[in-house]
Write a new protein. Sequence first.
Length: 92
Amino acid sequence: MSTTIAIPERFDFSFHKSFTEQYNKLLEKNTGKTISLDFSRVMYLDSAALGMIVLLQKRAKSINCNVEIVSAKGTALEILQIANFDKMVTIR
C-alpha cells in the first residue's frame, strides 16, 4: 500500500512546514508501507527540498517504511539524478 504526498510546482523551503506535517502524519500510521512523493507538477527544487527528502527518508527507514519519487521529469528529474537520489530512494 502506498500513500502519496503531492509536491507543488516550486519545491523549496516555503513548503517545509506543510511537507513535514504531511509526512509526520503518514509515518505515524504507515509503518512498513511506502510513501510516494508525486513530482508530476514539480518544475523547480532547491537544496532545501533535497534536504527535506533526506530527512523523510531517514525517518521512514527507522520505522521500516519506504520512500519513492514518482512522475519526476525534466529539470527536477535531472537534479535528483545528479544528486544521486536514485541510490537513496526509488524513482519511477
